[in-house]
Design a binder for this molecule. Structure first.
Ligand code: B16
Ligand code: MG
Length: 218
């Protein structure tokens, strides 16, 4: 097994919890359209791109929409979502997450973001982490979203590391699948913690320190 030299973090559900904002914004659009939408459906949207999320929501819509209409709905949702993101502050990143990131950096690991979101940089700026990571791979630099490995493969590339040297930290089944498809190890938390494909299960974010040896042991 290759030595682990880097961690690639999913954003929503791992570093911050914007899933409730996604839910509220999609719910507002779905209610206006008379489409049934609930938390169970929202769970299926984890790690999935905006347009693919819309397609999942439209499974409950009895009608046919043009691409322009779909784009308008995605835009409507994104506008509501960004209004909610504006309320975020550095306080939205827990002490557990901040301390663990600092400790991993102190142990000499490279740290990257691997998020499907086109709003990733905006979110990172709001919580004061935009300049913290060594690389950011997000929805703006990929053509295929999770479970395709592209976002993580790009993150490893930007870091100058081989996929086998990286551990991906994910909360979504699609994200764990993406990591494995990219040849990386996957540490799962939250929704994905019960996924058998995960190599590590995290009860808390700081559990990462247990799988990240100190410099001298590496
Ligand atoms: P946006 P992640 C994902 O972020 C979210 O989990 C998913 O619900 C969302 O649809 C996707 O980003 C796209 O987000 O509309 O902001 O481009 O978990 O990959 O960090
Ligand atoms: Mg996520």
């Amino acid at each position: 097994m290759k030595k682990i030299t880097a961690f690639i973090f999913d954003l929503d559900g791992v570093i911050v919890f914007t899933d409730q904002f996604h839910y509220q914004a999609w719910k507002k659009m779905a209610d206006r359209m008379g489409i049934h939408f609930d938390e169970a459906i929202n769970n299926r949207l984890r790690g999935v791109s905006r347009m693919e999320s819309l397609e999942i929501i439209l499974e409950n819509y009895n009608g046919v929409l043009s691409l322009e209409e779909k784009n308008a709905l995605a835009e409507e949702k994104n506008t509501s979502y960004r209004e909610l993101l504006h309320t975020m502050t550095p306080g939205d990143v827990s002490q557990d997450v901040r301390r663990t990131l600092e400790e991993l950096r102190g142990r000499g690991y490279k740290l990257a973001i691997g998020s499907s979101s086109k709003n990733a940089r905006f979110i990172l700026e709001k919580v004061g982490l935009l300049d913290f990571f060594d690389a950011i791979s997000d929805g703006t630099n990929i053509t295929n979203s999770k479970p395709d490995p592209e976002v993580f493969v790009k993150a490893a590339e930007y870091l100058g590391e081989s996929p086998q040297s990286c551990i991906v930290v994910e909360d979504a089944y699609a994200g764990v699948d993406a990591a494995k498809a990219g040849g990386m190890a996957a540490a799962a938390m939250g929704d994905a913690a019960s996924y058998e494909k995960a190599d590590y299960v995290l009860q808390s974010f700081s559990d990462l320190l247990k799988i990240a040896p100190e410099n001298e042991e590496r």
